[in-house]
Ligand binder design. Structure first.
Ligand SMILES: O=C(O)CCC(=O)C(=O)O
Ligand SMILES: [Fe+2]
Length: 345
């Protein structure tokens, strides 16, 4: 049994209170200066049909297909995953209901400055000079404590859906990770190398429609810290973009019923940099309110993360310093995108 929980690992890096409260997007007719980002000169692919791979989990070649997708893109669409469509719909309905509450109601579940769970701006906000067109709600384990604040008499359905979703996502994440380990030719006994409880979090992201979508940022470019992220994005509008070297920002068009799986920093380390921890961001729409639900999965906070395979093109096992999950979260909380380079050998 691990001695620290994931939320404790985040607690050491408090934000100041004004960094936690999102804008009340419903009452804002124009974009305030605090949320206006400089015009961008980003690169986009010359072929706008370029898209991330799609892998069917039931495909007899799934191990190879997932390994190839992780290596070349660090992200892929997953179909055949067995998560009922109705559960994906329910999680989205509950999320939309939460974000459509009046601002003063949502503030009752505000994340505390040193806390990891509840309602608030993106955790990466302090690293950027402008605020994002985004509000989030983070769940670790049971959402009961916050849900009671939001709906004193009527929180059961929200909690049941979030509990069920997290349970199913955990099983799926473990299945995908075991296929990834096989693709790295890691020995069968080594596949299940960390004890329970896994470090997991569920992040509901809301991107309200925006009068000037080209001048705001939904979620600024970042990599995810843990091993693997499984993302459900609403099918009604696009928003997720991933950065591909030598290509630029590639839009990830939602595929109905498919989930987006991406490599996180810890898997980049375990794979000795064979798999890129994919840089991604979210843009917003002028007319549609977009919702996404990200499930983050990693080993327990006290687990030592160290490369499991040799570096490509060399016999070296030591591409990275060995760090615990908790130590890595702490390095990331202070350094954001420089964190991986700080532990490279
Ligand atoms: O909304 C999205 O598509 C991306 C969300 C995301 O990157 C995150 O929650 O870490
Ligand atoms: Fe992310």
């Amino acid at each position: 049994m691990s001695s620290t929980t994931l939320s404790e690992a985040y607690r050491d890096h408090p934000l100041s209170l004004h960094h936690v409260i999102p804008l009340d997007f419903n009452t804002i007719p124009t974009v305030p200066d605090s949320h206006l980002w400089p015009p961008s000169d980003d690169d986009f692919p010359s072929d706008d049909r370029l898209s991330i791979p799609v892998v069917d989990l039931m495909d007899p070649d799934a191990v190879k297909l997932i390994g190839d997708a992780c290596e070349t893109w660090g992200v892929f669409h997953l179909t055949g995953h067995g998560i009922p469509l109705s559960l994906l719909e329910h999680v989205e309905v509950e999320g939309r209901q939460l974000f459509s509450l009046p601002a003063e109601q949502k503030l009752k579940a505000l994340r505390s400055p040193g806390g990891a769970t509840g309602y608030g701006v993106a955790q990466i906000s302090p690293f950027f000079p402008k605020y994002m067109w985004h509000e989030g709600f983070t769940i670790m384990g049971s959402p009961l404590e916050q849900a009671i604040q939001l709906w004193p008499d009527d929180h059961k359905r929200f909690c049941d859906v979030m509990d069920d979703y997290q349970k199913q996502m955990k099983m799926l994440a473990e299945k995908v990770i075991s296929l990834i380990m096989r693709s790295l030719e890691i020995h069968e006994e080594m596949i299940r190398i960390w004890p329970e409880p896994a470090g997991t979090a569920l992040q509901l992201n809301s991107y309200p429609s925006c009068p000037d979508p080209n001048r705001v940022m939904g979620l600024a470019p970042h990599t995810d810290s843990l091993l693997l992220t499984i993302l459900h994005q609403s099918a009604t509008t696009t928003g997720l973009q991933i950065f591909k070297e030598e290509v630029g920002w590639v839009l990830v068009y939602p595929i109905h019923g498919a989930l987006v799986v991406n490599v996180g920093d810890l898997l980049h380390i375990l794979s000795n940099a064979r798999f890129p921890s994919v840089l991604h961001r979210a843009i917003v729409s002028q007319s549609k309110h977009r919702l996404s639900v990200a499930y983050f999965y990693g080993p327990p906070p006290d687990f030592n993360v160290t490369p499991l395979v040799k570096c490509l093109n060399s016999d070296q096992m030591t591409g990275f310093l060995s760090v615990t999950v908790k130590e890595y979260i702490s390095i990331k909380a202070k350094n954001l995108e420089k964190a991986l380079s700080l532990i490279r050998i």
